[in-house]
Design a protein around this ligand. Structure first.
Ligand code: FES
Length: 193
């Protein structure tokens, strides 16, 4: 004669059904909350701190070789994979820098964004506001700021609050690297944004 197994009582697991249901609901709610809020938080951070979010702030990028540079400024794009809350965009241009050699043949790097309000600074022959001679200058078209080729502000009553933002460079085996950063706009001091 086979023995019939007795059914486990509702309390065999140590929890009443209503309590188990409540804990199950709670766990489900917590998982849904995490799934909902984490991407939103990541998205907001990526807008407020884009470089930090992408892990790009302060990173060195190889841009060219030393023998490719002269005193004439050249513009180079900074290209990197950009990670936002949902996707990775490969090889996106995240900014630009000017590179040149100064009078002592040292590498200089400048942000192309104007420290006033972030417009893109160009390079063209213009009248130097100080010397009144025509020469190659960095100029910002938005509020007509002029900088010499060392990034020094030339205007008597400038809108731009400081000189062009310089960037840290290094040269390894003839290759020129630039540490790309974006600085706060509209402040007299150069501050990381
Ligand atoms: S943004 Fe360049 S002078 Fe205003």
């Amino acid at each position: 004669m086979s023995k019939q197994k007795s059914k486990p009582s509702p309390t065999a697991t140590g929890l009443e059904p209503s309590r188990r249901n409540f804990l199950g609901l709670l766990a489900g709610f917590a998982a849904a909350a995490v799934a909902f809020f984490v991407p939103i938080y990541a998205g907001i951070r990526s807008v407020i701190f884009p470089l930090e979010q992408q892990g790009l702030g302060g990173k060195f990028y190889p841009l060219t070789t030393l023998d490719n540079l002269s005193q004439q400024p050249q513009k180079f794009p900074i290209v990197d994979d950009v990670v936002d809350a949902w996707v990775t965009v490969p090889k996106k241009t995240i900014g630009n820098v000017y590179l040149r050699l100064n009078e002592a043949d040292e590498v200089q790097a400048f942000q192309t964004l104007c420290p006033h309000a972030g417009c893109t600074i160009g390079v063209q022959t213009e009248e130097n506001p100080k010397t009144k001679t025509k020469e190659l200058l960095f100029t910002c078209p938005c509020h007509v700021a002029h900088f010499d080729l060392n990034g020094q502000l030339l205007d008597a009553k400038p809108d731009a609050p400081r000189n062009m933002d310089t960037l840290v460079t290094k040269v390894e085996d003839g290759r020129v690297f630039v540490r790309f950063e974006v600085f706060a706009f509209g402040t007299p001091e150069k501050k990381s944004s």
